[in-house]
Design a protein around this ligand. Sequence first.
Ligand SMILES: Cc1cc2nc3c(=O)[nH]c(=O)nc-3n(C[C@H](O)[C@H](O)[C@H](O)COP(=O)(O)OP(=O)(O)OC[C@H]3O[C@@H](n4cnc5c(N)ncnc54)[C@H](O)[C@@H]3O)c2cc1C
Length: 494
Amino acid sequence: MRVQVLVVGAGPVGMTAASELRRYGVSVRIVDRAPERTDKSKALVLWSRTLELLDRAGSPVDGAAPFVAAGFKANAVNFVAADGDIAGRIALDSVKSPYPYGLMIPQSDTERLLDERLGKLGITVERRIELVRFVERPDLVEAILRHPDGHEETVQADWLLGCDGAHSAVRHGLGASFAGETMDSDWMLADVHMRGYPFPDSEASVYWHRDGVFVIFPISPGRYRVIADLPGTGQEHPAAPTLEEAQAIMTRRGPPGLVAFDPIWLAGFRINGRKVADYRHGRAFLLGDAAHVHSPAGGQGMNTGMQDAFNLAWKLAMVVRGKAREGLLESFSAERSKVGDEVLKSAGRLTVIGTLKNPVAQAVRDTVAHALMGLTAVRHKLADTMTEVTIGYPGSPLNGPASGASPKPGERWRPTVGHRPPGGGGTPLFSLFADRNDAALGLTRRFDAILDPDIQTPPEGGCIWLVRPDGYVACSTSEADEVARYLEKIAVGG
Ligand SMILES: Cc1cc2nc3c(=O)[nH]c(=O)nc-3n(C[C@H](O)[C@H](O)[C@H](O)COP(=O)(O)OP(=O)(O)OC[C@H]3O[C@@H](n4cnc5c(N)ncnc54)[C@H](O)[C@@H]3O)c2cc1C
């Protein structure tokens, strides 16, 4: 049996990739060795940019609406210094997005909604099926899948997507090195019910205590995730704390009067910062935790993985459907590996800042943070970074000519409520934002296989913006010929 794309792993990243590919008309199989979806809350937040990207899928999946309906909006993060004073408060309502908040939603619910999305698109995750090995041939991949009764099936796929998590069999099969390091400290995680939280339930808080960091995320009213670093024991899998141990850390590091009860999930973990150098190896791609793992500081892990999937899906769909040249796929690793490097760096930096142990360094951190977070521009920038609306591809090989007007090639095309976002519908198409004149109409006729026929109104007359299906600017120019030359390089037969 031959399929266009085989997705290995039905975590949030595999399901995002499969649903995007399917809605763009690609034949997909998605397999997972686990008997069922995770019931753990793991990644808790969907950031603004991920919601914008989810929102591109219209009927029958209803965009980001099911996620927003199931989640809880967090609209600020407070930083509390070692002396108990507030070092700063980052409000998220300044973020220019239809979703100016962090949507708190347990990963188990995100996965349930992605599974439902797949169902609406006619795909069922094939569970208890494990990829055991694969061979790459020049024009296909042959994958061996083991079924629950032990029999092995050979699947031929045009492309293989490794979305199989931190211990990825696809990554091992490719022999790709997962370079990086493991931090010395142990960490504790407790999802608990709690009384005595001094901030509104819609706000998270980070306590920079003398002993280490202590973070509280609201999950839903009365329910919270708390995380703290602990002295390292050197064990690969630190023990889960008891409720009493979690309470002792809360009492010591948190605000007075916090009382935890009815725990939902208690876990211990260590932090790895690791990444592959290349996300593409011939006909196989690595996405999500299979390609990068890092500190949970900033809550970027799952979002980064889902955005890997959004980036690849439209490119692969265009190639699989014979609309774009294969060279388009080269940009996937170039763009996403760079984002991965930045996420690793910033999550690592945030972790180091939060876990400083030297009292002098702690005092400097608290003073500098207080001064910086007193500045409106700094607060807005931090809010934009946290919600991932600043992610872009400034050095991408896919960037075309730039007129100087904003947004520039590689930058996000900000979606606005009530306007159709680029990349919706059942075919991956570039969108044209331009004055409706003969030149623009000529472009839509000539490149009808990859360009949306509906020309949309530009923010500035006289300038043409070509926007990719994942909502990033491809080029901006005043010359329709330049857009034509750009599209010629991408389109088959262009
Ligand atoms: C304790 C904990 C807390 C976390 N907290 C946060 C957080 O606060 N914020 C955040 O952003 N992230 C957090 N994460 C990380 C987040 O959960 C991951 O980034 C996210 O799950 C990655 O998604 P994924 O789809 O790439 O991989 P996974 O969710 O790991 O999914 C991979 C899937 O592949 C399947 N699979 C593996 N091998 C095979 C095979 N050979 N054949 C078939 N199927 C296979 C697995 O069964 C699994 O379902 C946390 C993780 C943990 C463990």
